[in-house]
Design a protein around this ligand. Structure first.
Ligand code: AMP
Ligand code: ZN
Length: 477
């Protein structure tokens, strides 16, 4: 089986071949930690996670780096408005970002470099570009990348640089227009930058790095001159990634990235998410409203990453139902009373086929929507077989359960649902009530009711342990 990915640079699906056999080096543009991450960001971060998990599932050794942007125009402005330094301002957002990742089951990656920790390497990188004639310092104290010095500029986005005005400059980190202009690698410190602690010494005086430069430096520093995959949201194609290519290829003399992948932006209630529309939803808020993190995860991976995805609370509720169906299915299988003299069932065949189908669907450009279809089709078929057969052998049951768990190492839905249920207060008070009712039933010798309660709990993966001290309970996988 071969993995195919849609490479933004080639504008087509390509067979994935890493630089070194069996190893994949991935760099993903992480959050700018000036505020809490929103659900759009998490559509992108969950895609990163699917890539990470599927590559490992496919047997690759994966080195995965995701940066946290802790100094850029937005961070400085936000710190200034809050009357703090960038360090103080970004710390809590960095922490909650990582906590949200844990809630939604985003695997930890190998490294989370922060720009402010690598200023020295950034200065050295710029010096290399200046020495090679790709950058120049200007009278405003900034250092600019000369795009005229890199004829391939524009190749990622496919923009025409023939109308280029030599020496025209743009200082902002972000700009919408497909403007081929010299961009800042280093910016002279303003009073505001000094106030918020966003200024460092350099051969060009006090200043700070440009946002695009940060990613070029941290990615090549940690992963080498050529990366296998570079991921981000679709808004990053231009100018961010175009500029990263220019900087990196000019500094190292090697191709920067083999496969570029970009995630389409999330819509909310049919519209682009924006503060002015008031549909700007943070992951934190949904968790605080009590939504199941597994449902959020399900919804955000339920559409192919290059396809449209519209977030609605109704959709989130439907995802909650889907997750519950999966939980019920897992509970049914794991609680199943098996019989070793049971006649042959269709389970081994279904289990073998579903894993193959799942793999090939994910290999088709990380088609998570299709993979969920494969998974839920399996749930339906196995449930029907169990209804028809009544009893199956332990080994048949284990094969079905194994297939389910194998797919979940990539999708992470049961994993998140089970982890979140451990800490759910409502659930725990419900369990306590059930335990008490069971104790009363037993005291009045109503053992049928007592057993019923135990079963009801076990369907929710809750196991009771009776001891001299009373009844303990725990959530099991
Ligand atoms: P930022 O924190 O703005 O630097 O964004 C972090 C990541 O989230 C980047 O890869 C962005 O491209 C991505 N992103 C931002 N907005 C959205 C959105 N509405 N939908 C999907 N991804 C987004
Ligand atoms: Zn970046």
């Amino acid at each position: 089986m071969t993995l195919k990915v849609y490479n933004t640079a080639a504008r087509s699906l390509q067979e994935f071949v890493p630089l070194r056999e069996g190893e994949v080096r991935v760099y993903a543009c992480g959050p700018t930690i000036y505020n809490h991450a929103h659900i759009g960001n998490f559509r992108t971060f969950l895609f990163f996670d699917l890539v990470h998990r599927h590559l490992e599932y496919s047997g690759y050794g994966v080195q995965f780096v995701m940066n946290l942007t802790d100094v850029d125009d937005k961070v400085i402005q936000a710190a200034h408005e809050a009357g703090s330094t960038i360090e103080e301002h970004t710390k809590p957002f960095g922490d909650t970002f990582l906590a949200d990742c844990v809630s939604l089951g985003v695997w930890t990656v190998d490294s989370y470099p922060r720009a402010t920790m690598h200023i020295e390497q950034m200065v050295e990188f710029i010096e290399r570009l200046v020495d090679k004639g790709h950058a120049y310092s200007a009278e405003d104290g900034a250092v600019y990348f000369s795009i005229e010095s890199f004829p391939e500029y524009g190749k990622l986005k496919g923009i025409d640089t023939s109308t280029l005005i030599a020496g025209a400059r743009v200082e902002h980190d972000e700009y919408d227009k497909e403007d081929a202009r010299d961009f800042a690698l280093w910016k002279a410190a303003t009073e505001e930058d000094e106030e918020v602690g966003a200024a460092w010494d350099s051969p060009w005086g006090r200043g700070r790095p440009g946002w695009h430069l940060e990613c070029s430096v941290m990615s090549t520093m940690q992963l080498g001159d050529t990366l296998d995959m570079h991921l981000g949201g679709e808004d990053l194609v231009f100018p961010h990634h175009e500029n990263e290519i220019a900087q990196s290829e000019c500094a190292t003399g090697h191709p920067f990235v083999r496969y570029w992948m970009h995630v389409k932006h999330l819509f909310v209630e049919g519209r682009k998410m924006s503060k002015s529309l008031g549909n700007f939803i943070r992951v934190r808020e949904l968790l605080e409203e009590g939504y199941d993190p597994a449902a959020i995860r399900h919804l955000l991976i339920s559409s192919h990453y290059r396809g449209e995805l519209n977030f609605t609370r109704a959709g989130l509720k439907a995802s909650g139902v889907a997750v519950q169906r999966l939980m019920d299915f897992e509970a049914r299988l794991s609680q199943l009373e098996t019989a070793d003299d049971a006649e042959e069932s269709a389970l081994p065949g279904l289990a073998e086929k579903v894993v193959l189908d799942f793999r090939s669907t994910m290999d088709d450009d990380f088609n998570s929507a299709g993979a969920l279809g494969v998974l839920f089709g399996f749930v339906t078929k196995v449930n029907a077989e169990l209804d028809a057969k009544g009893r199956v052998s332990t080994s048949d049951r284990d094969l079905a359960l194994g297939a389910l768990r194998s797919m979940d190492t990539v999708l992470g839905l049961l994993e998140v649902a089970q982890a979140s249920r451990v800490i759910d207060d409502d659930l725990s008070s419900w369990v306590e009530r059930m335990i008490e009712e069971r104790a009363q039933a037993r005291a009045s010798k109503d053992f049928a009711r007592a057993d019923e309660i135990r079963e009801e709990l076990s369907a929710k993966n809750i196991v009771l342990e009776d001891s001299a001290e009373g009844t303990r309970w725990k959530v099991v996988n």
